[in-house]
Structures are given as C-alpha cells and as structure tokens.
Design a protein around this ligand. Structure first.
Ligand SMILES: Cc1ncc(C[n+]2csc(CCOP(=O)(O)OP(=O)(O)O)c2C)c(N)n1
Ligand SMILES: [Mg+2]
Length: 363
C-alpha cells in the first residue's frame, strides 16, 4: 500500500560540558563571571545542604526528606536562565532552584520538619509551594501559565519540574495537552534521575526517550545531559525565549541520576547496584563544573576552600535559626491537612498531643 509521509520526527540531544569538564566552544553560552559563580555556589550549597540535612535527620533533628545530590545542574541551572518574572513550580527535590531564587535555608528546613509554613515563600518571588503529589504540579504550572497569558504578562513564563515517574501519570499528559492547545508559556523539565523510588526508568515507558513525548503534543522536545549545567542553562533559555515570544511550551528531558536514597525512609541498596551508582558519580555535575571554572581562571584551590567555608558558615547559621524558632506549636501540621477543621483530623491531633505530653512526662 503506497503511503504518504505526513510527519517527520526526531529528537536531539544537547551536551556542552562533558564529563571531564571539557567545553564545546561552539555551543558555550555567554554567562558572566558573576552568573557562573552564583550558579556554582548554589549547586554546591544544595549539595552541602543535603549532607547536613542527612546528618540532622539521622540525629532526629529533622523529618524525612528527599536528597537532590547528583541532580544539582538539572534543577539549578534552569533558574539561572530565568528572570524574576518567571515562575517556579516544583516538587520536593529541587533545593537549588529555590535557593537560587533566594529562599532562606532555614525556611526550607522548617518544611522538612513538618511545618507547612516553611513551604510558603514570599509571593513576590514567584515560587509555588513544593508539591509532593506526583505530577499534580504540572497542572498548576499550566494553569498559572494560562493565567499569565490571559493577563498579557508577556515576560512571564512558568518552569515546572517533575520526575521520570511523574511522566506516567495522567496529570502530566493533561498538562502537556492543555499547554500545547493553548500555547501556554510553560517549560516542563523532567528530572529523569533513572528511578521512581524502586521503579527503574525502563518500567515507566518503552519509549527510547522521555523527550519524544513532546512529539505527540506538537511541542519542541529535547533531551539534555542533565549533569551539564551549561546545557541545562542553554536549553531552558531557548525554551523561555520561545515561551515569552508567545510560541508555547517546551519539554526538556534532563538525563541525570539520583545519587542518594529516594528519601531518608528508603534504602537503595535493596533495588540497585552500587556499581551503577559508582558509574554515575563519574558524571558528577559539580566536579565537571569546577574543572570548567578552574580552566577559565574563575576558581582555584584557595578560592574554592574559601567558598566552602562561607557555605558551611551559612548552613550553620541557618540551622541555628531554624532550631531556635520554637514559636510554632508542634501540632501545627494538623491545621493544614484540609482547608477547614475535620473531626477525624482533630481526633488525630488530640492523640498526637496526648502522646507528646506522655513522652514529655517520661522525660
Ligand atoms: C500521586 C502520587 N502517587 C504516589 C506518590 C508516592 N511517591 C512519592 S515520590 C514517588 C516517585 C516519584 O518518582 P519520580 O517522578 O521519578 O521523581 P523522583 O522521586 O525520582 O524525583 C512516589 C511514587 C505520591 N507522592 N503521589
Ligand atoms: Mg525519578
């Protein structure tokens, strides 16, 4: 049967800074020294934050959290490509995105100790609360983008983060479809970190790439080395430029790896090999970015040590601030389960407080 070809689809891959820190000069984005420095500092801050949070959690001074170690380029560099008019709509695994926008670390820590107040950021900063419900944030992002478009805010777009596992949710497909039909200014950034808790990437989809899902929704889709901060910056910048120009949404697949556990309640040794983890450590985004900055003469042993000291002092101060904030009642999280008070939640609150009092009485 003679067939007429009605479409031709392909997916491109972008890498600018390779695993060894060697840059492709033809593709190198023009970032100022200050911009490069802020990006590296925030990525390092995110890494060090994870390390400190893990210690605090193991000491019983912090609740459960999901580390972003290994993904710092994929979630920080996109924000370095955005303006303060662009919104950030993410999950709980993008500390660098929020810290880059200026969220105080003490606030981030408060959230992971069960205080919903830690999830509310200055509205002028245009960062939505972290979403734990997988893929739900993609719909919020599209609604927000549609509202920006409706209000004629031409310089505003929305960056939304999601995981590889989230791409199997209906919400994700509804969000892509709606964004495409309405040409809403959204940049979907899939953090393909190879795992959704214990479910490997290959069990999410038979498709060779996640980026190719964009084809079905007729939007640009690109696969990017998610451990390459320059490629993540460039891909996001181009997507934001299109969004601001009224040319609609983009899907970016950031190929990266979750180097630590899903959350502190999980043990990855149960479902993946340490050899796999070792292979990905060789692709560490911080190591290659540091080499790049050293080759540019923007960083050396001494200035790196000074930066590490400054970051450690900042984290120390923020932990002190967070632990000194004792004016939140311990049962405050019960206030936020539903919009209004509900008898079953109130019963749980009462039981929680009784237990707490019992523990206090027992010393
Ligand atoms: C709707 C919904 N289903 C299940 C969960 C439990 N859950 C939390 S994270 C997660 C895996 C998400 O994987 P992925 O989207 O790849 O993001 P990652 O955790 O790797 O960053 C699951 C199943 C949830 N929070 N929300
Ligand atoms: Mg994942």
């Amino acid at each position: 049967m003679p067939l007429k070809k009605i479409g031709d689809f392909s997916i491109s891959y972008l890498q600018i800074l390779n695993e060894k820190g060697v840059v492709d000069a033809k593709l190198e984005p023009k970032l100022s020294d200050d911009e490069l420095h802020k990006l590296y500092r925030t990525m390092l801050l995110a890494r060090e934050t994870d390390a400190r949070m893990l210690k605090l959690q193991r000491q019983g001074r912090l609740g459960t959290f999901g580390p972003g170690t290994g993904q710092e380029a994929a979630f920080t560099a996109p924000i370095s490509a955005a303006s303060d008019e662009d919104w950030i709509v993410g999950t709980f695994r993008e500390p660098g995105a929020r810290l880059f926008r200026g969220e105080p670390l003490s606030q981030y820590l408060a959230y992971f100790n069960g205080y919903e107040e830690g999830n509310t950021f200055d509205p002028a900063k245009r960062v939505l609360p972290m979403s734990v419900i997988v893929a739900s944030q993609t719909l919020h992002a599209v609604g927000l983008a549609y509202a920006m478009q409706y209000k004629g805010e031409k310089d505003s777009a929305v960056i939304t983060f999601l995981g590889d596992g989230a791409t199997s949710e209906g919400d994700f497909h509804e969000a892509l479809n709606f964004a495409s039909v309405w040409q809403a200014p959204v940049v979907f950034i899939v953090q393909n970190n190879q795992w959704a808790i214990s479910t490997p990437r290959k069990m999410q989809t038979r498709a060779k790439t996640i980026a190719q899902r964009a084809v079905a929704y007729d939007m640009p889709g690109i696969q990017v080395d998610g451990n390459d901060p320059l490629a993540m910056y460039q891909a996001t910048k181009e997507a934001l430029d299109r969004a601001h120009a009224g040319e609609g949404p983009t899907l970016i697949e950031a190929v990266t790896y979750r180097l630590m556990m899903h959350t502190t309640a999980d043990d990855p040794k149960k479902y993946r090999s340490e050899d796999e983890e070792k292979e990905w450590w060789k692709k560490d985004p911080l190591t290659r970015f540091r080499v790049y900055l050293e080759n540019k003469g923007l960083l050396d042993e001494k200035s790196h040590a000074a930066l590490a000291t400054e970051i450690k002092a900042y984290i120390d101060d923020e932990v002190k601030k967070f632990e000194a904030a004792t004016d939140w009642p311990p049962d405050i999280s019960f206030d936020h389960v539903l919009g209004t008070r509900h008898p079953s939640i109130e019963r749980q609150r009462t039981a929680f407080l009784a237990n707490l009092n019992k523990e206090a009485a027992n010393g």
